[in-house]
Write a new protein. Structure first.
Length: 249
């Protein structure tokens, strides 16, 4: 229940506020797609490619506004090995694992997308579902392990994953692709500057990538609806200006 957002004397639930906003946008002619985005790439210097489970779209500008959430299981040693064998971006860090054995932690479409980015790089890949149902995936160098994880192990870097049944899988790296991709994951893969789990933006909500904007919880700071609405307004106006001015600042 949101009690501190202007205009709702009895408060409003987050779900109701969201649904009302979607209907309002649709009434103004905005097309809404209920699709899971699994990858955003630069098609050329002025165009983005947005891939969903069902379709692919192109756009001259993108506003990342899907909030900020940690899709990482707790208490298995992920933070300890960040930058030391634990990665959040197959495209960014896959090269460092050429002809090595790696693992992808996740069980959904996002995990499959990350695995696809590693197939022609790593020698072998293990999709770790951590007790979740196994995804359908067929490739000669990919296997799926559904056992629950006890912890990630290693000395100064990742060396293996220990399961709750006491056995250990040797691996040179673990790529985190739990749940669905969030704003920060997409930003990081595009080369945008991030600060841990938030996206770095200027006063115009611009990232360091031309045409890429971010607003709301994913930029850090005050985690309030009012702040997100303000930043969304700025991002929208700047995206329109960017397109109209022919991509020149």
């Amino acid at each position: 229940m949101i009690e501190n957002y202007y205009g709702f004397e009895n408060g409003i639930s987050g779900k109701d506020l969201y649904n009302t906003g979607i209907k309002q946008a649709q009434n103004l002619g905005v097309e809404v797609k209920d699709e899971e985005v699994i990858k955003i790439e630069m098609q050329d210097k002025n165009t983005f490619s947005i891939k969903t489970v069902e379709n692919e779209y192109t756009s001259k500008a993108i506003i990342l506004a899907t909030g900020n959430k940690k899709n990482t299981p707790k208490n298995i040693g992920i933070e300890k090995y960040e930058g030391k064998g634990v990665s959040y971006c197959a495209i960014c860090d896959g090269f460092f694992y050429r002809n090595k054995s790696v693992s992808v932690l996740g069980s959904g479409e996002y995990a499959i997308s990350e695995t696809n980015d590693l197939i022609n790089i790593a020698k072998e890949i293990t999709i770790l579902t951590n007790g979740e149902n196994a995804p359908e995936f067929r490739a000669d160098n990919v296997k799926v392990d559904t056992r629950e994880i006890q912890e990630i192990k290693g000395d100064t870097k990742v060396e293996g994953v220990q399961f709750k049944d006491g056995t250990t899988l040797e691996t040179d790296g673990v790529f985190i692709a739990q749940g669905v991709a969030g704003s920060t994951e997409f930003a990081r893969k595009l080369g945008a500057l991030t600060n841990k789990d938030t996206i770095a933006v200027n006063e115009k909500q611009e990232t360091n990538i031309k045409g890429l904007y971010a607003c709301g919880d994913c930029t850090g700071g005050l985690l309030q609806v009012s702040k997100s609405v303000y930043e969304g307004t700025i991002a929208g106006l700047q995206a329109i200006k960017y397109i109209k001015e022919g991509f020149e600042k």
